[in-house]
Design a protein around this ligand. Structure first.
Ligand code: ATP
Length: 234
């Protein structure tokens, strides 16, 4: 689905990613873990086209080249941003509609909304409510729902557990697993390494802009070095 080759991201004076090679296969959950500042968000933002990058990204075998962000989301590369970024003064329903429009989905298809409501019934119950008045967990569900309205082929989530209570995190991750069972390819960026490795099929560890481990999530979870480095934190 996504083939990432020799990816570099530079900001002024800072190299955030250095020659990253990564493949996300169709139908899998791939987790990217690593400490603060390792470059995880930079990788997702490079895939979305929000930050410029060097190297090559192939999506379904086609090079993305310099394709701008809005065309990438239209093609099905859709991100749930860190911090959720729901539009607070708009209702839940309006935020979902924005997700559809942003990805250029034509016409309104009740099936898309039905799927989001089935996954997160609270969004149906609160469809007229202003998004800014939702809890953090509900806003995360809305951010995921908004992304789904754009009919992603690959759904990328940047730190979906951040700031949420454990019981809500469980709900959100259960929904991600359900989506994946229905066929959705998911790229999950998480600082909560234990949770990410429990959820994913394969994973990579990023440190200082480089991939330092990569493999089956279950193997990484059983690796004492990784447990030692990352499991204490979450
Ligand atoms: P976090 O979990 O804190 O978001 P991360 O692993 O997602 O960390 P990035 O946000 O990709 O890491 O940051 C990688 C490096 O790039 C860090 O040193 C960060 O300070 C730097 N960086 C990120 N965004 C910018 C920017 N817009 N301008 C300059 N430097 C940036």
């Amino acid at each position: 689905m996504l083939d990432i080759r020799n990816l570099d991201v530079h900001y002024r004076g800072i190299q955030a990613l250095r020659g990253v090679d990564l493949t996300v296969k169709k139908g899998e959950i791939f987790a990217l873990i690593g400490p603060n500042g390792a470059g995880k968000s930079s990788l997702v933002n490079a895939l979305s086209g929000i930050v410029p990058s060097g190297g090559e990204i192939l999506f379904e075998g086609e090079p993305l080249g310099r394709r701008p962000a809005h065309l990438r989301s239209r093609a099905g590369i859709i991100q749930v941003p860190e911090g959720r970024r729901v539009i607070a003064p708009l209702s839940v329903a309006e935020n979902l509609e924005l997700g559809r429009q942003a990805a250029g989905v034509r016409g309104s298809d009740a099936a898309d909304l039905d799927r989001v409501h089935a996954l997160f019934p609270v969004l149906k119950d609160r469809r007229e409510q202003l998004s800014g008045s939702l809890s953090g967990g509900q806003q995360q569900m809305l951010a995921i729902g908004r992304a789904l309205m754009g009919r992603p082929k690959v759904l990328m989530l940047d730190e979906p557990s951040l700031g949420l209570a454990p019981v809500i995190i469980k709900d959100v991750f259960r929904a991600l697993v359900q989506l994946n069972r229905e066929g959705m390819t998911i790229l999950l960026v998480e600082q909560n390494a234990r949770l990410a490795l429990q959820t994913a099929h394969r994973a990579a560890v990023l440190e200082q802009g480089r991939i330092v481990h990569q493999g089956l999530a279950s193997d990484l979870a059983n690796d004492p070095v990784i447990a030692d480095h990352y499991f204490g934190r979450a």
